[in-house]
Write a protein that binds this ligand. Structure first.
Ligand SMILES: NC(=O)c1ccc[n+]([C@@H]2O[C@H](COP(=O)([O-])OP(=O)(O)OC[C@H]3O[C@@H](n4cnc5c(N)ncnc54)[C@H](OP(=O)(O)O)[C@@H]3O)[C@@H](O)[C@H]2O)c1
Length: 290
């Protein structure tokens, strides 16, 4: 029996659906820019473990992948891993890469992702990076067509600034973007200046990527001290700080089961307000909010 803490399920704009505050990132699972098949068994096992544990903990699992990752192999591994679970328990995010943002290519990319994921719908389809050489109107029209056809349930963007988010939204008539996936961590606060305030005002979820800065945040003295105070791991402190904020979810990548468990166990409790503030202030003093 799962007791779900609703503060760990962040609400989707104009919907009664919610997504888990902590998801499973997959960059480098299945290769970087070319496929890597060398650890398939380990990766599928790790993904299954994460999905199972997340469903047990919060009722759902969130997975972030992209057609770019391992040139599609990451999606294939996700497709293999989700097979044993009820489809509606897994919220799959995938992305169309910036070379494929022409209308027909967006449609083709989404269908190719479906094949690799072995599913008949994508929960959330994101524009991976903006491409100034392709009119955004074309891309957004294609996303809306995929939405109208039920191929994608929700649409969103990644690495978009406020001006581009605003522009993207003007091309939509029946739906809206529900997520902007951006780099955001204790050590990278650029998004706090404009993107996060805009998203919070517009009820758009901010999906924070590289939340651990590949391990760099774990070495901060304050993180280690708080880890000791709470009896939690440094990663859990850094991730909990992110998800303590409204409409922020995060997708750490982990392939070690110990890390996966630790990350999912970041849900179900919260740092005290004064410690959240302490971490809020950390960067203001040390590196500024440039
Ligand atoms: N939209 C975009 O442009 C974009 C860009 C970058 C990333 N992303 C997405 O965001 C995800 C996360 O970002 P990222 O992969 O760049 O970096 P990250 O999540 O900050 O760091 C991943 C590294 O942290 C380690 N780690 C994970 N959990 C840990 C824990 N509890 N304790 C100690 N170490 C831990 C992992 O180790 P192990 O793997 O060995 O367990 C891995 O080496 C990606 O996988 C991808 O899905 C999106």
């Amino acid at each position: 029996m799962v007791t779900i803490d609703f503060s760990d399920l962040k609400p989707i704009k104009n919907s009664t659906d919610r997504i888990p505050a902590i998801g499973l990132g997959t960059w480098k699972i299945g290769g970087n820019f070319v496929p890597d098949y060398s650890k398939d068994t380990l990766w599928i096992d790790a993904l299954r473990y994460g999905i199972e544990y997340s469903i047990e903990k919060i009722g759902f699992a969130l997975i972030d992948t992209a057609e770019l990752y391992g040139a599609g192999h990451s999606e294939e591994l996700v497709g293999e891993a989700i097979k044993d679970f009820p489809r509606e328990r897994v919220f799959i995010v995938t992305k169309v890469k910036s070379e494929n943002l022409r209308y027909e290519r967006v449609i083709r990319s989404a269908k190719a992702s479906l094949e690799r994921l072995k599913t008949n719908y994508i929960d959330l389809y994101l524009v991976h990076w903006p491409n100034p050489r392709i009119p955004l109107s074309e891309t957004m029209r294609a996303l809306e067509k995929l939405y109208n056809e039920g191929i994608v349930r929700y649409i969103g963007v990644s690495n978009f600034d406020v001006r581009l988010m605003e522009e993207a939204r003007t091309y939509l008539s029946v739906t809206d973007i529900i997520v902007n996936q951006i780099k955001y961590s204790l050590l990278d606060r650029h998004a706090e200046k404009e993107i996060i305030p805009y998203c919070q005002k517009e009820k758009i979820i901010v999906m924070a990527y590289t939340p651990l800065e590949h391990g760099k945040v774990l070495r901060l003295e304050i993180i280690r001290k708080l880890a000791e105070k709470y009896g939690r791991s440094p990663a859990q402190i850094a991730l909990n700080w992110l998800i303590s904020k409204p409409l922020i979810v995060t997708i750490p990548k982990a392939e070690k089961k110990k890390h996966i468990k630790e990350n999912i166990d970041t849900m179900g409790w919260r740092l005290h307000e004064e410690d959240v503030k302490l971490l809020d202030e950390l960067n203001v003093r040390k590196i500024g909010r440039s």
